[in-house]
Structures are given as C-alpha cells and as structure tokens.
Design a protein around this ligand. Structure first.
Ligand SMILES: NC(=O)c1ccc[n+]([C@@H]2O[C@H](COP(=O)([O-])OP(=O)(O)OC[C@H]3O[C@@H](n4cnc5c(N)ncnc54)[C@H](O)[C@@H]3O)[C@@H](O)[C@H]2O)c1
Length: 421
C-alpha cells in the first residue's frame, strides 16, 4: 500500500525523472525490501552469470544470493584462481569459463552481471545484451567516449534492462536527502564538494610479476582512469542527481606525492566539474591521509547538507559562537582587515550547529538494495533507477575528466544525445 512518504518519493522521482529525461523507474528504498518479502515460486527463479568475479564481482555474488530465487549458474574470468574462490563463496562447483562468449552460449542464463575492469565493460555489456540478457554492469559504465555511446545504443536499440553499479541511488538516506534538496530545503544547491580520502597505497599483492597489470589494472592509465574514475564516479553520479544533469566541463590536476612505484595514475586527484548556471562540483581524493573519508557536502543558497556512508545531515541558518557583540570596539579597531576578513559581518568562522541528521546506520547495504531492485526489474520488465542514462552521466565525466586530470587541462564533456535509430 502506498503511504504518504512513498507517494512523495514517487513524486520527487517523477520530477527528477522529468529533468533527467527518463520515465519513472523502480529502485526506491521503500519498494525494494518488498521484493524480497514476496513468496518465491519456481517462476521467480533467476539464474545469473557473472563476468569478472574478482573483488567486486564476488561481493555482488554474495549480495545477489541474499535475494530469494537467485542462483549463480556460471562465471567467466581470464584468471582461473577466481573459479575456486567463487566455488567457496557459493558452496558448490559453479560452471566456469575462461572465454565469456562460450558462457553466453548457455541457455540457462536469465541475466548477466559484468564486474570486469572498466576497459572491458563495453565489450562484455554489449555482448551480453546482444545475447538477449538484462545486465547489471559495474561502474564506470564505459572506458572511452565511444564505449559510452556504444553501450547506450545497444541498450536503447534492444530495449534491454541495464542497471549501472551506482548503488548510492538505492541508499534511502541519499534518496531522502536529495528529495529534500530538490524541494528547496537548502535553497538553490550551487556547489557539491566531494572528498574521498584514504590512507592506502591502492596496490594489490601480485603472486607473479606477469600478473601485475591484470591485478593492479587500477594503477595504469591504459586500463584505469585513476581515482577520478574509480572513486569519483560515484560522487559525480550524486552531483548529477542533485543538479539534475551531467557536467559540461572538467578541469583536472594530479600528482604523485607518496607512491612512486611505477604507477602511471596519480596518488591524489583534484577536479572541478562545471554544470549549467555556473554550478560546480569539486572532487578531491588523497591516498596519504584518510581524514575526510568518503563524503560529500552540498552547499545551497540557504543551507548545507553533508552526505556520508552512514547518514545525511542538514544545516540551516548559521549559529555563531563568536559574534560582533563579543568584541570591544578597541579589539575591532585593532583587527581591522577590510573586506578580506570581517568578524563583524558574522559570516566568517561560523559555528554550524549540530545539524538535523537522517541516521542510516540501520539501513541495509545499498548494494543489496540495488541487487534486489535489479532482480525486481528483470522479473517485472521495468527499467531501473540507475539506468543507462545515469551510467552515461558519470561515465562521460570520467572518460573526459581523466584526460583533463592527466594533462592538467580543461575539457568539454560530450553530452547525452538521442541514441542512433
Ligand atoms: N560499485 C562499487 O562500489 C564498486 C566497488 C569496487 C569496484 N567496482 C567496479 O567493479 C569493477 C571490478 O573491480 P574489482 O575491484 O572487482 O577488480 P578485480 O581486479 O578485483 O576484478 C576484476 C576481475 O575481472 C577479471 N578480468 C580481467 N580482464 C578480464 C577479461 N578480459 N575477461 C574476463 N574477466 C576479466 C579479473 O581477472 C578479475 O577477476 C570495476 O569496474 C570497478 O570500478 C565497483
């Protein structure tokens, strides 16, 4: 039954969908748990195959297996060690293929999960779609501009279901916070500052030097867009959601501060993404200091919101601990600094107060909700919230943005265009 909250969420989704140019989609937090609650019949059985069951692929297998009716019937990977790991995870021998094309010839596959590195996404996603299967495709959707357009064309021409791995779209506290932002609670959102800080060299252990590029693909430009693509893509997706559009420009910068170990991507990245009406997203990622963690700040003309992996907090009007009245005229005269710094204006050094928090610590893992929602979309033949256009918006910012970052330049981001007929 639809209560007021889901009605409002539905409305906000419709408004958002209209601004993004798509029809309403499935995937709201309140919808998804119902999917798992429904009784499972043999008709609900959903047999999935996974291409690239590495770190993320195994996590997706773990989550998909929590959705009633889902079975993992086959996996494909160029690295055979994965097959043993998958068998251990699933608890039985899963048919395994070194060539994913052979796997796609099986007749018992209902949907495909693509969790290979981004360099191969277009090939794996398009072949899976052309084999007649819906696809859950990890981000970042494509690796090149051409990949992004090719995936869009394959999905739209086939009418097939494609869901991109931007699980924040399924996080109830993101949905609620962004609904309130769209309703004007912080005025006009003009800036999104996104931080993804880690204390981690980003390097994986390699049992054989010949496997360096297969295992540490993230560290090399020929197979990775670095921190912008790997981490920033999630946050760019959130900024796109907030602003209701994809960015038009990207200005980038990177360097290596700590990890001079042969990698060709930077160990810190800064990017400024330009949206219409002068709005900006600022992305900053460090790997030598985890202080800021993974969080976004949304600044509006009448308030601010902090979005983290476990909550969202709204800050409205500013409360001051130090006000003009705390200072004598003599002190004020003594620190006169003109327009560059002005205590008396009460705007500098504000105490922002405790804020109003949407606590999400009890919410289920958004990746599980995203998997549930994908299963529901396949069963009901509906398009997901995190659809191909969502995937395109962040992917194009990254495929263009990584070159801006590597070159230290500014680039125009190719825009969504009606798919080829
Ligand atoms: N949504 C998220 O939060 C999230 C989190 C982590 C990773 N990811 C994404 O998931 C993808 C995989 O990342 P990962 O950390 O699991 O990488 P990984 O290296 O651990 O796993 C990738 C797997 O693909 C296999 N592979 C490589 N080339 C292949 C090919 N040509 N054909 C078939 N298999 C191939 C590798 O052997 C490996 O098993 C990336 O796109 C990454 O951005 C998403």
């Amino acid at each position: 039954m639809m209560n007021r909250r889901s009605l409002l969420q539905g409305l906000s989704l419709s408004i958002l969908s209209a601004t993004m140019g798509v029809s309403p989609r499935h995937g709201e937090a309140e919808d998804a748990p119902e999917v798992g609650d429904q009784p499972v019949t043999s008709a609900d059985r959903l047999r999935i195959a996974v291409i690239g069951p590495g770190s993320r692929g195994k996590e997706l297998i773990r989550q998909f297996l929590r959705v009633p009716g889902v079975e993992v019937v086959a996996v494909a990977d160029v690295y055979e060690l994965r097959f043993l790991q998958v068998n251990e995870l699933v608890g039985k021998a899963v048919p395994a293929y070194k060539d994913y094309r052979q796997m796609l010839e099986r007749r018992d596959i209902d949907a495909v999960v693509v969790a290979s590195p981004p360099l191969f996404h277009a090939q794996h996603v398009i072949d899976s779609i052309q084999s007649g299967r819906p696809v859950y495709g990890e981000k970042t959707m494509g690796f090149t501009e051409e990949d992004n357009y090719n995936i869009v064309n394959a999905v739209t021409q086939s009418g097939q279901i494609y869901q991109v791995g931007h699980q924040n779209r399924y996080a109830p506290w993101f949905q609620e916070a962004i609904r309130r932002i769209h309703e004007g609670e912080i005025g006009e959102p003009t800036h999104v500052y996104a931080y993804w800080f880690r204390r981690d060299n980003w390097r994986r252990n390699v049992p054989d030097p010949n496997l360096e590029h297969l295992i540490n693909w993230r560290l090399y430009r020929e197979s990775s867009g670095g921190l912008l693509e790997e981490l920033g893509s999630h946050q760019i997706d959130v900024a796109n959601w907030i602003f209701g559009e994809q960015p038009q420009t990207v200005l980038g910068s990177t360097s290596i501060v700590l990890y001079n170990d042969g990698r060709t991507v930077g160990d810190n990245v800064q990017a400024i993404l330009g949206y219409s009406k002068g709005r900006r997203m600022i992305f900053s990622s460090l790997t030598d200091n985890a202080f800021m963690g993974d969080q976004l700040w949304v600044y509006g003309t009448n308030g601010s919101v902090q979005l983290t992996v476990e909550d969202a907090t709204f800050y409205g009007s500013i409360h001051h601990t130090i006000t003009g009245s705390d200072h004598t005229d003599a002190v004020r005269r003594g620190v006169k600094t003109g327009a560059s710094y002005n205590y008396a204006a009460d705007d500098e050094m504000p105490y922002r107060g405790p804020g109003k928090r949407i606590d999400a610590r009890k919410a289920e893992d958004p990746t599980l909700t995203a998997c549930r929602s994908f299963v529901h979309c396949v069963r009901t033949k509906t398009q997901p919230v995190a659809d191909v256009r969502v995937g395109f918006g962040s992917a194009m910012a990254c495929t263009t943005g990584k070159n801006a970052v590597f070159e230290g330049s500014m680039k125009n981001v190719p825009q969504w265009k009606p798919p080829a007929a």
